[in-house]
Design a protein around this ligand. Structure first.
Ligand code: PSV
Ligand code: MN
Ligand code: MN
Length: 389
């Protein structure tokens, strides 16, 4: 009978995932935002929804904020509200992609006044982080160009380096800067931070508290993402994950929905690279935007998917795998990995939850809790997440 070792159990009990505040708002595509009832009207209600996911799964550690989508007027009160609900305020995500001024770029723009504006926005994010107790400042840039010759790519890298250095010099001793990359969109010809190599080169020039953020949806089809995970962990530069699923581009779907095997392989490398150790600083975050499904159960499904694939990774017989690898046993090594992947851990996880006083099936527990019906009744005029038409 399959069981978890005490070490595996301890990883599963400690596992915490950060939820994005924007996952709870109305969202959509460039064609349509479908409004739903029960949508949060302010950051407090987003935190409450995230806390509900945590209450039912035991898996939520923090809620990431997006500034200024989240109009945090009184950060101290929001912080205590969150802590009372069992979650911390997590990563602060900056936004230099929705003002007219940023049409041709932000931190990498060739216009000094635009760069100044974008740097100052990050200073405001850092001030917010001090008040919320957040550790990480996450920077994702929409900077890039649509046509060859439109701008000087080399000059823009230099501007980006100088802008990031200014921002980095402002973050506190306990804070970190994480730079997210994305291979295309909204720019189509070139993107200023398109890949992990560029992010790594830029953050390495800054210092130890500057790291890479890996969003699983930001790679070309066929990319071996677990290789990148391995390399960044090996280099000590993996700051955080934005987990989601993609079929085509930046789909932001429920994590593990498109390719559970890829999620497993990524988590195997996390385990191999020490990202589940007690002193690991890797932040496991979701970055999802739900267009047609209900927001709270979608987040529950996602954190459970991460937990399930972590559990399967923990069942991997590492010493047998290493032996097979060293013997050059191609099929044997592959079979050992696949054995772990194909193990159905759901009954084991249900038992583990019950032992922790959690519902054995959080999806059912939410559906029967009455929470959705209550917020549907109470909340009128929910906010858009920030994305969509
Ligand atoms: C845009 O691609 C994006 O989805 C990035 O992944 C960011 O993390 C997220 O928006 C929030 O700014
Ligand atoms: Mn992201
Ligand atoms: Mn994205």
């Amino acid at each position: 009978m399959t069981t978890f070792s005490p070490a595996a159990r301890s990883v599963l009990e400690r596992q915490r995932i950060e939820l994005p505040s924007w996952a709870f708002g109305n969202s959509g595509t460039r064609f349509r935002v479908f409004g739903q009832p029960g949508i949060p009207r302010d950051p407090f209600e987003k935190v409450a929804d995230a806390a509900e996911v945590g209450r039912l799964t035991g898996l939520v550690g923090a809620v990431a904020l997006h500034y200024p989508w989240d109009r945090v007027e009184d950060p101290a009160t929001l912080r205590s509200f969150a802590l009372e609900h069992g979650v911390a305020l997590g990563t602060v995500n900056s936004n230099t992609f929705q003002d007219d001024e940023y049409m041709l770029g932000s931190l990498a723009s060739t216009d000094a006044a635009v760069r100044r504006r974008a740097i100052d926005h990050h200073f405001a994010c850092i001030d917010l982080m001090h008040a919320t107790g957040s550790r990480d400042l996450k920077i994702w840039l929409a900077d890039g160009t649509n046509y060859p010759g439109q701008s000087d790519m080399r000059e823009r890298q230099d501007h980006l380096a100088a802008s990031l250095a200014e921002i980095y010099s402002r973050i506190g001793e306990e804070q970190r800067l994480v730079l997210e990359y994305k291979f295309f969109e909204p720019a189509f010809y070139h993107t200023d931070v398109p890949d992990w190599g560029t992010s790594y080169a830029q953050v390495s020039a800054l210092g130890d508290r500057a790291l890479v953020c890996l969003d699983t949806g930001h790679h070309a089809p066929g990319t071996n993402i677990e290789f990148i995970v391995m390399q960044l962990l090996r280099l000590g530069k993996l700051g955080s994950f934005d987990f989601n699923s993609r079929f085509y581009a930046d789909d932001d779907l429920i994590v593990g929905a498109a390719d559970p095997f890829q999620l497993f392989r990524i988590l195997v490398e996390c385990l191999r690279g020490g990202a589940f150790e007690e002193d690991s600083q890797v932040a496991f975050m979701l970055d999802q935007c739900h267009n047609i499904e209900r927001k709270i159960p979608a987040q529950i499904r996602s954190v459970l998917n991460v937990q399930e694939m972590t559990a399967r990774a923990l069942l991997l017989d590492r010493s047998a795998l290493t032996a097979a690898q060293h013997e050059g046993d191609v099929l044997g090594a592959n079979a050992i990995l696949m054995d772990a992947f194909y193990t159905d851990v759901r009954p084991l996880l249900a038992d583990l939850r019950a032992a922790r006083g959690l519902p054995s099936d959080p999806m059912v527990a939410f559906a029967t809790s009455g929470y959705q019906e209550r917020v549907d009744r109470e909340r009128v005029g929910g906010q858009q997440s920030g994305w969509g038409a």
